[in-house]
Ligand binder design. Structure first.
Ligand code: HEM
Length: 583
């Protein structure tokens, strides 16, 4: 079953025929015919939902869906806590149920073996992610459509994804590359520690914001070969502001861009009218997202042009150009006179360069600029908030579990003494000895990781079953949600699941063997799993070692910690802490 009908489908003719038939029925008044017509149009618009309710009738529906909107009110009534809603519905309906995101169904899986079936054993049938259908896509900006078509995260073109993914794997899964990234990560972590050391004792600091600046700097320097200098600058780079703007909005919410929902509902011939309205009267969120998208796209184009220049042996010329631009008076730097161009400092090496040099390993073709740019955009976004949220949640969790904070400090101090140069930070290989630190991060990711669920779209109709149950036939086009937070907090896999216990992940601890660590899916699972999991963990470990060597943290008693899912699960009002020097 496809998510939507194509705008060019014979649907239009069918509707016209039905309308003509209703109008021609003899013996009924105008009012009766108008009523019949309205009923017919409502039924027609909601046909995909009616069809899905029938086809998946054996799968319980979380809540009775409303016409047009499905369960969107149930879902967005939960203020972004979709993962908590799923937990509630799992208790009511069992390990599999369905919800309607508008007219389209999503099957929600909350059972470990079923999630492994979808993401591993049947990965060939679930190898893409859901995106709005063709009518909904039309209501997105041209840039967003291009991003969805060619970006590694959302592309529906499996061949393109395979090529992009194998290039990304060769960087992010190489110990040598990861080791080469760590000096830049260390440098940025040290800058953050220096910044914190200047904060007067007792003055609350939003540590989550600080981590946001840091992670953007790390992605900038490692992935793009650019220094954004967001940690050092007071205001933070413009790119940080743009990233924050994007992550502020719940992109799943129909309120952000209601035109996508409307375009999906109307017959194909009305879609251009909806697109026209979307361009004329964008919502405030659409305007903000456009501003942020334009900034980030400009950054990525600038970085691409520099890196491409280097690849072609024109690095010096590009650097000179950059120098000229840097010495030009503010407002003239980008030649547009608006003075808004981010001040970029190029480092010369970058992951982006290898993408520019690469060929699509599947097709053998060289990647074009149009194919590389969306990847740069995604890596910038993916590398920013996920790791910042994880680090922020770690500091917060340790302020609430002081015995764990002490154990972590003990491990950091003990391993520091073993180092040849105790002032240096551990290298990539030495990080493997930090078992407790690893346990802390895994436990934070289990309980409050930034991605408490992830999604797949069925690309090939399949009969789905798992040890102990059967979902039945899942049709092509249907979305499937892996409710990882349900797995992460189930007593079936984690004894005393709500308790913060890093020892669950520390080999040799008393509780290590009692956990089912296969049920830990904070980075997703299978071929579409996060490509940069090791990168993110290395960055987080170096930051935590740097900070806990010098400080302890207390939660500001006047600050209330609140979280919600926007793009990722994170704090809604920052994480305020008091920084205590250990000296
Ligand atoms: C703690 C930090 C992070 C977490 C928890 C995280 C989590 C995730 C999750 C859950 C997915 C979806 C996996 C799936 O569908 O099976 C994902 C995908 C992805 N992540 Fe991360 N991520 C993190 C950091 C990063 C960083 C730092 C980068 C890049 C520098 C990154 C780049 C990506 C990309 C490119 C994908 C799409 C992979 C594909 O579809 O082939 N992530 N991540």
């Amino acid at each position: 079953m496809t998510q939507e009908q194509s705008p060019l489908s014979p649907e239009m003719y069918f509707v016209a025929l039905a309308v003509a038939a209703i109008a021609a029925v003899p013996g009924f008044g105008l009012a009766a015919k108008a009523l019949a017509l309205i009923l017919f149009l409502i039924l027609h618009a909601n046909w995909p939902m009616a069809q899905a309710l029938w086809v998946y009738r054996h799968i319980p529906t979380a809540r009775t869906p409303l016409p047009f909107v499905g369960n969107l009110f149930d879902i967005f009534g939960s203020r972004g806590d979709l993962h908590l809603k799923y937990r509630e519905w799992q208790k009511e309906h069992g390990p599999v149920f369905k919800v309607f995101l508008g007219l389209s169904p999503a099957i929600v899986a909350c059972e470990l073996d079923l999630c492994r079936e979808i993401t591993l054993r049947r990965a060939q049938c679930f190898n893409i992610r859901p995106t709005p259908g063709p009518k909904g896509q039309a209501a997105l900006s041209k840039e967003q459509q291009h991003q969805n078509q060619t970006g590694i995260f959302n592309t529906q073109n499996v061949r393109l994804w395979k090529g992009l993914r194998s290039n990304a794997n060769s960087i992010f899964h190489s110990a040598d590359h990861l080791a080469s990234f760590s000096p830049l990560m260390k440098e940025t972590a040290l800058e953050l520690a220096d910044k914190l050391s200047k904060v007067p004792e007792g003055k609350p600091v939003d540590i989550w914001r600080c981590f946001g600046d840091m992670t953007l700097d790390v992605v900038g320097s490692t992935v793009f070969g650019v220094r954004f200098r967001s940690v050092e600058s007071e205001e933070g780079a413009e790119a940080v502001k743009a990233c924050r703007t994007i992550f502020k909005h719940n992109l799943l919410s129909p309120l952000v861009n209601p035109y996508v929902q409307i375009a999906s509902l109307v017959p194909g011939f009305l879609v251009p009218a909806v697109v026209w309205c979307a361009e004329r009267w964008p919502t405030a969120a659409m305007r903000e997202l456009k501003w942020a998208g334009d900034i980030l796209r400009r950054v990525t184009v600038e970085v691409y042009d520099y890196a491409a220049g280097e690849v072609q042996g024109e690095g010096e010329r590009a650097a000179e150009k950059e120098e000229e631009s840097a010495s030009a008076p503010a407002g003239e730097k980008d030649g547009k006179g608006d003075g808004t161009k981010p001040k970029l400092e190029f480092l010369g090496t970058s992951f982006l360069k290898s993408f520019i040099e690469a060929t699509n390993r599947d097709t053998g073709d060289k990647l074009t600029k149009e194919e590389v740019l969306p990847q740069a955009f995604i890596f910038l976004l993916a590398g920013y908030e996920t790791t910042a949220n994880t680090l922020g949640s770690t500091i917060y969790s340790l302020t609430q579990n002081k015995a764990c904070e002490q154990k972590l400090i003990d491990e950091i101090d003990t391993l520091r003494k073993k180092q040849q140069d105790p002032d240096d930070l551990p290298g990539y290989a030495e990080l493997k000895e930090y078992h407790y630190l690893n346990g802390v991060l895994q436990e934070v990711l289990r309980l409050s990781g930034p991605a408490p669920l992830f999604a797949r779209r069925c690309s090939k109709t399949v009969d789905l079953a798992w040890q102990g149950g059967r979902v039945g036939t899942v049709h092509e086009g249907t979305a499937v949600h892996i409710a990882s937070h349900c797995l992460h907090t189930s007593p079936k896999y984690w004894p005393d699941p709500e308790r913060f216990q890093p020892e669950r992940f520390v080999p040799g601890s008393e509780i290590y063997d009692l956990q089912n660590r296969k049920a830990h899916m904070a980075f997703g699972q299978g071929p579409r799993m996060c490509v940069a999991a090791d990168f993110a963990l290395t960055e987080a470990k170096l930051a935590l070692i740097t900070l806990y060597r010098r400080f302890r943290f207390d939660h500001n008693p006047d600050h209330e910690m609140k979280t919600a899912i926007a793009v990722t699960l994170g704090p809604t009002n920052g994480i305020e802490v008091l920084v205590r020097s250990r000296a």
